[in-house]
Ligand binder design. Structure first.
Ligand code: DX5
Ligand code: ZN
Length: 217
């Protein structure tokens, strides 16, 4: 199974985004957390900043939208040339329509679930998706403690994905570190977001390499 490490720049130096992205050449993509102070109690950045990031790097951009009225805003990120756009199913009025729209704009379509949202009601949607993101903390902030209670959901999601026969990535986000990544990989995750673990490390790229080694172990 191919494993991907997609560090979050949430806890990086937001005044020097291209410099921060250049510090992680071993990463498989850059995870960008968009928050609107409505869907989550925090505010980060939006489309104008993402457009500037797009213009400044060829890195795979993995956009995680933690915003209300996501059906209205998500297509703009696909249109801007981001490779992957993740919407929260809790914030979408029409997730099937939205996933199809994102794909038609050339992006990978991805659906995120908060820790307490079950995957089973959405099993029939998996064929419309390129990735499922399972939050392993409550969305909103970096640096929180990994929630072990999500591990059974990672297993169940992996089993549902296997049933589709499709190559759907399974991403985990929140509290992922060298201590917790192995549990996630063992449960079936293949794509890993790590924010504070990477950007609080003295050498972020070495941490990306260490995370990958730990996930394979
Ligand atoms: C939290 C964000 C995460 C966050 C992860 O709502 O979605 O991407 O940056 O940060 P860590 O790895 O520190 O939990
Ligand atoms: Zn995220």
């Amino acid at each position: 199974m191919t494993l991907r490490i997609t560090p979050s720049i949430l806890n990086a130096d937001l005044a020097n985004l291209s410099g921060e992205i250049a510090r992680i050449p071993s990463a498989d993509g850059v995870h960008i957390d968009v928050m609107d102070n409505r869907f989550v109690p925090n505010l980060t950045l939006g489309l104008p900043v993402v457009e500037c990031i797009r213009a400044s790097t060829t890195a795979f951009l993995d956009i995680h939208l933690m915003i209300a009225e996501v059906d209205r805003w998500a297509p703009g990120y696909a249109d801007a040339g981001c490779e992957s756009v993740t919407f929260h199913v809790e914030a979408s009025a029409a997730p099937i329509k939205l996933a199809r729209e994102l794909r038609s704009l050339g992006a990978r379509a991805s659906m995120a679930l908060k820790p307490a949202t079950p995957i089973e009601p959405y099993a029939d949607l998996l064929g419309e998706l390129d990735m499922v993101l399972l939050m392993t903390v409550e969305p909103g902030f970096g640096g929180q403690k990994f929630l072990d209670l999500v591990l059974p959901k990672i297993r169940r999601t992996r089993a549902l994905i296997a049933r589709t026969g499709g190559d759907i990535w399974l991403q985990v986000d929140g509290g992922v570190s060298v201590e917790t990544i192995e549990r996630c990989a063992e449960a079936g995750a293949d794509t890993f977001v790590a924010g504070s673990a990477v950007y609080s490390a003295e050498n972020p790229d070495a941490m990306v390499v260490a995370l990958r080694e730990q996930a394979i172990a």
